[in-house]
Design a protein around this ligand. Structure first.
Ligand code: PLP
Length: 397
């Protein structure tokens, strides 16, 4: 009998992994072997989901919500999302344009496969969330990196995007506040971008605003949803994962232009049918219930951010720009003379601190390290001491 020779089609060679999950697995293995590891690698809040949200899901299960729901999500949830969009972004959105999906990533995947094909170009931030580049490549489209510069506070500039558009461009991906840098695109740049895009009517926009509730120093979130001229080609990505500490629930949503909604819905029907019902009820409770836990989390991140920046900038040879949002610092480690990957591996294996090499977020991340400050003040302080000692042992600090 011939041995089975099954393998995925060639496109799967281009589908990459997400380093954060690999580092998480390695950190867990080291801990299981008795090593102390402080995890500054993973991008998830270290808080519990608010109690009233958990209770809403339990109640939904007890009330018998065990079956499929409409593929786009239950109406009360989409209405709650629409009310939240009106309250926080000042824009009225028809709940019929909202597609509830299992996590923020799903809207990203749907948007990219909807516009990606051989010959097409898709612009994405680099350094940026690694799934953008991976999925673009998988789709067959050409990934066109838009470099984010430390000197600009890692904010995307309109010029950097507009100057890279060609007749082959089909989609531009924006992310503010950003992973992995914490960069925030200023409203003036969004104005310029929206104006410039008028000359490119074939280009769709995916605005990943999953960190919209995590902004510092009194910044207000500037959403691309506010530009009526873009409404018929803007896909807004948001969700519950970061705002309500609900990463494991798998709940997110996209606001789709009317003309694209049916295609997105068909993807949902072909892929996952719907988000589990109890989680959708939890999503309503999160949006409509008290927001004090969101505020408490933001206050904790503000304090940790100050500590991380102070500590990093005191380590000789390191330099960390102030992140305007999210919960990441992205220090420049180039003066260490080591590659980002060498620092990541050394810190994890020898110093017991999990971080992520900047290159895991694209080639432009060389010379940088992502530090997630979703950890306690004590752990952050200890991690900073370990980083300082490790770098000084390497003779680079
Ligand atoms: N977009 C960005 C920029 C992220 O950092 C993440 C998660 O880390 C996501 C989307 C995905 O969120 P979710 O866990 O809801 O799929």
């Amino acid at each position: 009998m011939p041995r089975p020779q099954v393998e995925p089609v060639a496109a799967f060679q281009r589908l990459k992994n997400e380093s954060a999950f690999e580092v998480l697995a390695r950190a867990a293995a080291l801990e299981a072997a008795g090593k102390s590891v402080i995890n500054l690698g993973i991008g998830q809040p270290d808080f519990k989901t608010p109690e009233h949200v958990v209770e809403a899901a339990i109640k939904a299960l007890r009330d018998g919500h065990h079956g499929y729901t409409p593929a786009n999500g239950i109406l009360p949830l989409r209405e709650a999302v629409a009310a939240d969009l009106f309250e926080r972004r000042g824009v009225e959105v028809d709940p019929g344009r909202i597609l509830v999906v299992p996590g923020g990533k799903v809207t990203m995947f749907f948007a990219i496969v909807m516009f990606g094909e051989p010959g097409a170009e898709i612009l994405y931030p680099n350094p940026g969330f690694p799934i953008y580049e991976s999925t673009i490549a998988y789709s067959g489209a050409t990934p066109v990196p838009v470099p984010l510069r430390e000197a600009d506070g890692f904010a995307m500039t309109a010029e950097a995007v507009l100057s890279r558009l060609t007749p082959r461009s089909r989609l531009v991906i924006l992310n503010s506040p950003a992973n992995p840098t914490g960069g925030v695109t200023p409203p003036e740049e969004l104005d310029k971008l929206a104006a410039g895009l008028a000359a490119h009517p074939r280009v769709a926009i995916l605005s990943d605003e999953i960190y919209s509730r995590l902004l510092y120093d009194g910044r207000a979130h500037a959403s691309l949803l506010r530009y009526p001229a873009l409404a018929d080609r803007l896909i807004l990505l948001d969700g519950w994962s970061k705002t309500y500490a609900m990463t494991g629930w798998r709940l997110g949503y996209g606001v789709w232009p009317e003309a694209l909604f049916d295609a997105a819905l068909r993807l949902a029907v072909n892929c996952h049918s719907c988000v589990n019902a109890a989680t959708q009820f939890a999503g309503i409770a999160a949006l409509e219930g008290p927001q004090d836990s969101v505020e408490a989390m933001a206050a904790a991140f503000t304090e940790r951010r100050a500590l991380v920046l102070r500590a990093l900038n005191r380590i000789p040879g390191l330099r960390a720009a102030e992140p305007g949002g999210a919960f990441y610092a992205f220090p420049n480690i180039a003066a260490s003379g080591l590659s980002a990957k060498q620092v990541e591996i050394g810190l994890l294996e020898e110093a017991g601190v999990a971080t992520i090499a900047g290159t895991s977020f694209g080639a432009e991340g060389e010379g940088f390290l992502r530090i997630s400050y979703a950890n306690s003040l004590e752990n952050i302080e200890e991690a900073m001491a370990r980083i300082r000692h490790w770098l000084s042992d390497k003779g680079s600090a």
